[in-house]
Design a protein. Sequence first.
Length: 150
Amino acid sequence: MRLVHLLRAVAVELHLRGGEFAGRNGLHPTDLRALIRLLDADRAGETVTPGRLGEALKLNSAGTTALLDRLERLGLVRRSRDGRDRRRVLLMVEPKAIELGWSFFGPLIAGLVRAAEEFTPAELDVVQRYLTAALHAAAPPDAEQGPAPG
């Protein structure tokens, strides 16, 4: 249970930092989750449509449109037509969003990377296995897992 309680404490701290970032930048917490989902997809080489983003965030079509309108108005996300299928809209994170994220989360990420350097590769493999299992245990049974961080 110590690991469960420690993981909960980490989750709470990260949630508080995310809330602070959102508040400082005029974002709703769902806006931040959308940006994270889009950044993870970009890292994984996935394309994301408004429908897929809405599914991932458990939003209806109107809620997804309002979210994207906000993020686009702030210059954080861009919608563009798919070059192969003009009916399909693709979502991209703008460089401004990446810069904004790094300016706030960069020190946190650097600290996490430094902390990981204190472990052997074998120890990090065990941590990754546990966190992956914890992610699957925490998600609803029908949830699609996003890309593994990395």
